[in-house]
Design a binder for this molecule. Structure first.
Ligand SMILES: Cc1cc2nc3c(=O)[nH]c(=O)nc-3n(C[C@H](O)[C@H](O)[C@H](O)COP(=O)(O)OP(=O)(O)OC[C@H]3O[C@@H](n4cnc5c(N)ncnc54)[C@H](O)[C@@H]3O)c2cc1C
Length: 365
């Protein structure tokens, strides 16, 4: 295959480039920013929040992706990334009794190790008791992962262009792209994975997807390493520990807002969450406060596949709160389809063609 032009250099775009380099296919990544609108800002929890409430399509993608994270790290460790950035401290989730059986069924179905455990057994003073601990789930330090990926890809010949794609028109094969700085490219193979920007780009290709921005803010505190032993998730918010003692507190959800500046109200909201989940944080000042924009979609799993009516153009978008946990599988599925390989998982549910998406029988077997 000739060169692939990737619009969007968030986690989905970078991992798509990674999959292409594995197949020795040249790639160029065009992005107006560095680090993604969402990808650098996310918490990096390697599980959907309350995963049993999600469709099989989302769970299948995330389990396929989680199994790939160790392999990905073995390629990247040493490039601003350490094994401890893939934190396997586990995930504790506050679950009330009514939902406990659903959780057990879900864990059995997907083969996830789980144990019923009180939150305060893991983190003394934690105010929620009833819950389930998943020792094999955890989190990834996403900003470092993005840096390591960019460094790896550059060393493998992937080109990076810092610019905004303002026009995307279908051609007989591929698409014609034009950027804000006047660059014009006729590309035979294109991937659109521009996060929340994807819907505008895809509409230029005649495809309308029900996507919307969902702003999310986070705080970071510095504590001693190990103070928070695992991700602690409740309905009101979560704590995410990093190996160096940093603890992230998240997150706000503001639908329809695509600004990336942190707000005073977001800070108040998250400081209250922090003080509630870990009372010692009430007297501390957060070291960082930031915001990102999630690529929201009306369904609980992303769009991945060929863009209808556009030969050679593919897209992966709408990962909402689960782009980091599902990106390795998204990228592999996308590139497998692009290259005409047999996909690891049935692509039908993720199709951009509404007919195919709803008709999938694979997951109903
Ligand atoms: C606060 C917060 C917490 C989160 N926590 C988690 C979590 O714990 N676990 C998890 O799995 N997920 C989490 N997420 C969600 C996750 O970050 C996203 O689903 C994921 O990063 C989406 O990746 P992406 O590559 O599709 O989009 P993005 O990261 O947004 O990347 C898209 C890129 O496209 C570029 N772009 C857009 N339009 C154009 C254009 N016209 N021309 C050129 N470039 C363009 C943008 O600049 C951007 O860099 C969180 C998100 C937020 C905001």
């Amino acid at each position: 295959m000739r060169e692939v032009v990737i619009v969007g250099g968030g986690i989905v775009g970078l991992l798509s480039a990674f999959e292409l380099t594995k197949r020795e296919i040249p790639a160029t990544v065009i992005d107006e920013s560095e680090g993604g609108l969402a990808s650098w800002a996310g918490g990096g929890i390697l599980s959907p929040l309350y995963a049993w409430r999600y469709s099989d399509a989302m769970n299948r993608l995330t389990f396929d992706a989680m199994a790939r994270y160790r392999g990905l790290f073995s390629e990247l460790v040493g490039r601003c990334l350490e094994w401890s950035d893939l934190h396997q401290g586990g995930l504790w989730v506050h679950v009330d009794t009514k939902e406990m059986n659903t959780v057990k069924d879900w864990a059995g179905k997907w083969g996830v190790l789980s144990e019923t455990l009180s939150g305060s057994d893991l983190l003394p003073s934690f105010p929620f008791s009833e819950g389930v601990f998943f020792p094999d789930l955890g989190n990834v330090r996403n900003p470092r992962l993005l840096k390591a990926l960019r460094s790896y890809l550059a060393s493998r010949g992937v080109s990076f262009i810092r610019d905004k794609v303002v026009s995307l028109l279908p051609r007989q094969k591929g698409a014609a792209l034009e950027t804000q700085n006047g660059l014009v490219l006729n590309a035979e193979n294109v991937i659109v994975c521009a996060g929340v920007g994807s819907s505008k780009l895809l509409s230029m290709l005649g495809v309308s997807l029900p996507m919307f921005p969902v702003k999310g803010e986070m705080l970071l505190y510095h504590l001693t390493p190990g103070r928070v032993p695992s991700v602690m998730l409740t309905q009101s918010g979560y704590l995410i520990p990093r190996a160096d003692g940093a603890v992230l507190v998240g997150s706000t959800l503001i639908r329809g807002d695509c600004t990336t500046y942190p707000t005073v109200s977001g800070r108040y909201q998250l400081e209250a969450v922090a003080a509630n989940l870990l009372p010692e944080l009430a007297s501390r000042t957060p070291a960082h406060h930031w915001a990102g924009v999630r690529p929201g979609s009306e369904v609980d799993y992303p769009y991945i596949g060929a863009v209808p009516g556009c030969n050679g153009v593919f897209a992966a978008a709408g990962h909402y709160r689960n782009g980091l946990v599902s990106a390795p599988a998204t990228a592999e599925l996308l590139v497998q389809m692009m290259c005409g390989e047999r996909p690891n998982i049935d692509p039908a549910p993720y199709s951009l063609s509404p007919g195919l998406r709803s008709r999938s029988s694979f997951f109903n077997r």
